[in-house]
Write a protein that binds this ligand. Structure first.
Ligand code: DAT
Length: 171
């Protein structure tokens, strides 16, 4: 049975991991956290002093994921989306969180100063939504509110329905 590949993107803290793991368990799909994968495999090509974070080696990430992606049924979670091959994804969800919620989540994650401000600005300027629109066909890019546990449940239900429909249409 063929299954779709789903991309979950958005500013750090919007809830990609929470949604992605639960979705994978409900749909029987594979969850891939690109940040964790890069950390485990040291898939970096330097360190960004300004943003205080390692620089992802995008080519190696793509090489490592290619086989898995071609099988289908993968949920990819990353706070960037412009370097993945467009053909990988059947649907793209950009999670969105209001500032006050996001601020609290990032602060409790230990972010402060410039790092905290940069991430809040990233959400205000809808950077990831625009990146997704530039990288994928507009018809497959959807924004989802991710403020409350009720939003999470609604998003899970909606995406599950979409996956089931996709499987009916494609098998
Ligand atoms: P991300 O993977 O986008 O960085 P996360 O899944 O780690 O985000 O979530 C960040 C924090 O916010 C974490 O403490 C769980 C919480 N959270 C996620 N989705 C939520 C929602 N819909 N409502 C309330 N809290 C949520």
């Amino acid at each position: 049975m063929r299954r779709p590949n789903v991309l979950l993107t958005g500013t750090p803290g919007v809830g990609k991991t929470t949604l992605g793991k639960e979705l994978a368990s409900r749909a029987g799909m594979t969850y891939v956290n690109v940040g964790d994968m890069a950390k485990d495999g040291e898939l970096y090509e330097g360190f960004d002093e300004e943003y205080d974070c390692p620089i992802l080696d995008e080519d190696r990430v793509i090489d490592e994921l290619e086989d898995k992606m071609s099988e289908g049924g993968v949920i990819v979670d990353y706070h960037g989306c412009d370097f993945f091959p467009e053909r990988w994804f059947h649907i793209v969800f950009v999670l969105r969180t209001e500032n006050s919620f996001l601020y609290d989540r990032l602060e409790s994650r230990g972010y402060k100063g410039k790092k905290l401000q940069d991430n809040i600005q990233c959400e205000i300027f809808q950077t990831l939504y625009e990146e997704a629109l530039l990288s994928y066909r507009e018809e497959i890019v959807h924004q989802l509110p991710s403020n409350t546990p009720e939003d999470l449940e609604r998003n899970l239900d909606q995406i599950m329905q979409w996956i089931e429909q996709w499987m009916k249409d494609n098998n």
